[in-house]
Design a protein around this ligand. Structure first.
Ligand SMILES: [Zn+2]
Length: 388
């Protein structure tokens, strides 16, 4: 296999404290050796072993590829008018998620697949090398299975979210929709997914329904994650912890008991500041969650309604500016934290044996991701050892 050395990296973030300084395992004037699709070696640039190829990073920083553990990319249409109305202070009554459900059902497979490919490519250019995505805009057996088939052609991290909202077709009988989600829809979807998710919220699914949905998924071999405590206080976070969900996502409204539950669990609190930004909502209190000892991940929640950004650097800037995370905490949360939220150990770090996913920044330090918001600092990306 071909080996490549990246040399003269001003600052390398390994996310492995045994390899460098602090929790990010920082190495100054570093080199990384890639062998095939894996990291083979990291260390001081002056000690880099001989390789087939060499790339001079020229004093730029290198970070692990971002791990975006929460997105909704299988959709048709967009919601520009809804966003414009919300930002212009005008009432807008047309259907939110229902608008996207109608457009998604009307789209062809080729249109949906092209849309996923488009936004994943957009994210990759911004340094995202691992991407989770969900169904949830089909809400019929056929449309949910179709969404997951399409998603699975683009990523291994595929989540069945038939329980996004109660299908408009079942508005009069939500219990029958839960039976569908845990019955025939699960049968059709489980072969295409790794994860099962539910939107546990007033107006979506309550705690008992969410428990039934995640439990049914676990019995079919799917791993649970949960949309929890986004718009209001509720049972989602503690239910996620009880069911050993890999992640409780949003975590905007948390009681002390919710925080305690997270801190004493393997469930990651995944914060999605793009959603609060795009809806002018209150920020999750990242400082309180971190200070309690819970693990935090950052993700985009990329979707056409409430957070239409694919940019992890943007989320890092928001997390530092408005959620009071340190630049180091935010970088870790967007890489290693995302990996933990997907229960992955092969991504989110630059260390021997890890997948060769990394990004070079047109900056001497990762801190510039928050210090220089909105600037396209990611100049080069390697994904599975291949320069993109
Ligand atoms: Zn979401």
């Amino acid at each position: 296999m071909t080996t490549t050395a990246l040399t003269h990296i001003a600052q390398l973030v390994t996310n492995d404290p045994s390899l460098g300084e602090g929790p990010l395992g920082l190495i100054q004037d570093a080199a990384v050796v890639i062998d095939g699709d894996r990291i083979a070696w990291v260390g001081a640039s002056s000690k880099a072993p001989a390789t087939d190829n060499a790339v001079d990073a020229g004093g730029r920083a290198a970070i692990p590829g971002f791990v975006d553990s929460h997105s909704h990319l299988v959709f048709g249409g967009d919601r520009t008018q809804e966003f414009n109305a919300r930002m212009s202070g005008r009432a807008y009554s047309a259907g939110g998620i229902r608008t996207t459900v109608a457009a998604t059902r009307a789209a062809t497979d080729a249109q949906l697949s092209a849309n996923v490919a488009h936004y994943m490519a957009e994210a990759l250019r911004q340094g995202t090398t691992t991407f989770e995505t969900k169904s949830g805009y089909g809400l019929t057996v056929e449309d949910e299975a179709r969404a997951l088939r399409i998603a699975a052609a683009h990523t291994d991290e595929v989540t069945y979210l038939g329980a996004h909202i109660v299908s408009p077709d079942y508005a009069d009988d939500p219990a029958a929709y839960v039976d569908l989600v845990t019955g025939p829809m699960l049968d059709a979807c489980a072969p295409h997914a790794r994860w099962i998710d539910v939107f546990c919220e007033k107006g979506a699914f309550d705690g008992d329904q969410a428990r039934a949905i995640l439990t049914a998924g676990k019995q079919r071999g799917l791993l649970p994650r949960i949309h929890a405590n986004q718009l209001s206080y509720g049972p989602g976070v503690q239910l996620g912890v009880e069911l050993d969900a890999a992640s409780a996502d949003h975590c905007t409204h948390l009681t002390d008991a919710d925080i305690d539950a997270l801190a004493n669990s393997a469930t990651v609190a995944t914060l999605l500041p793009g959603a609060e930004f795009s809806t002018r909502a209150v920020w999750p209190d990242a400082r309180r969650i971190l200070d309690a000892g819970a693990t935090v991940a950052l993700s985009t929640d990329c979707n056409p309604g409430s957070s239409f950004t694919s940019s992890m650097p943007f989320c890092i800037a928001l997390a530092v500016r408005d959620m009071k995370m340190t630049p180091d905490e935010a970088l870790w949360a967007a890489t290693a934290g995302g990996a933990q939220a997907l229960r992955r150990t092969d991504v989110g770090r630059i260390a021997p044996g890890a997948r060769a996913d990394l990004a070079l920044l047109d900056a001497p330090s990762h801190v510039h991701l928050a210090y220089r918001p909105g600037v396209p600092l990611v100049t080069d990306v390697w994904h599975r050892g291949v320069r993109v």
